[in-house]
Design a protein around this ligand. Sequence first.
Ligand code: SF4
Length: 478
Amino acid sequence: MNTSATPASFPVQFDACTIERLSTSGPRYTSYPTADRFTAGFRYGDFLEALANVKMRGPRGPLSLYVHIPFCDTVCYYCGCNKIVTRDRTKAAVYLSYLKQEIEMQGKLFAGMHQVDQLHFGGGTPTYLSDRQMDDLMAHLRRHFAFAPDHAGEYSIEIDPRTVSPERVQALRRQGFNRISLGVQDFDPDVQQAVNRIQPEEETLAVMQAARNAGFRSISIDLIYGLPKQTLETMKQTIAKVVAASPDRISLYNYAHMPHLFKPQRRISEDDLPSPQVKLDMLAMCIGLLTQAGYVYIGMDHFAKPDDDLAVAQRQGRLHRNFQGYSTHADADLVALGVSAISLVGNTYSQNEKTLDAYYEQLELGRLPVARGIRLNTDDLLRRHVIQQLMCNFELAVASLEQAYPIRFDQYFAKELAQLKALEADGLVSYDGAWLSVTKKGRLLIRNICMVFDRYLGMPREAQAQDAVQPLRFSRTI
Ligand code: SF4
């Protein structure tokens, strides 16, 4: 596909020169401030204080839970997740005993305040747990948190189709999950071989069918472009198979090759990777094929059927972004459970200990395993609102921001608006004093646009909190 000449009906406009010139490393903004700004000075006591503030203001509405299961059977070479690859199942049993302790502690803290209407199991591989272990864990969660009924809640789980049978899918539905997300990445056998993830197509399709039969409300598929051995042709075939399988949502992630940060990626031969130009053509082709098939381009790697909740929420301007990507749930406090998981309570983010040993040690001492975090000030909240609006709706209404915060947009963001002029000249954004709008050409470079509003990015390291604990590890913006 010629990436510089895209039809008017396309949800994005490709301009290879601009993309090449502006592509840089940048955050995905599943949080603002980003996790590398969390500091070790924020501990358990700060989390409790944030919770006390939430309680003082009265219940803020429904609660979200995230449960992290870090284990995987085998390693996929492209993986950049926080996971533990082991076949020693006793490790999962030990982990569950501590996780249940954390659930109990958090359940007591939130008792009587909120009803859970959103639950997400991620990893790692949540289905690394046996059927019995999952039964037990879900029953434990229900003992310590009040859940909204099935029809009113979104209860989702990421599954690795290699680890589940159709019977297991039925069991997951019985256990209370009503949304399922399947890791596929690519249907091509050579690509699967090159990334050490052999997953026969029939197996994946059988799991999808089982999910439909079991009454899952939504099925989502994860794909990656830019993997070794991928070509335009193999990608075209994969997309055709995905469209035929008709999932409700599709995520299409850009493979970020960063072997200096992620050890498994060192097993990928750079010679097998598609060139940046081919990757761009692949992205253009995939967006074209998926939108022609009727999917709506939500933004930042995500597609959904027009009647899916995400597409409806975007049309109605109430889409949000959180650690799982896009969400229809606004402003819910998020309690994250498990090693390395990140919570959002009141105006704070807090992250659990990142190693099993440290996570277990804190729980043994009777403390929540909070290791780091950040308390957002008014400036952070304001900038988070701007970034959220641009990421989710591709536009920002100045009047609504000025109504929510005591500022004059033009004055407060004078420096940012001056910076935006260059992007405006490139045709990526427009600003008329009432609306800041991202153009079709700017949509693929949305991270660049949001980066203008990120106060921390240009900040010299010494001006940041002295105990900021995580190194920068951002992928390319496209
Ligand atoms: S991609 Fe998923 S299944 Fe593969 S190693 Fe990473 S977390 Fe595990």
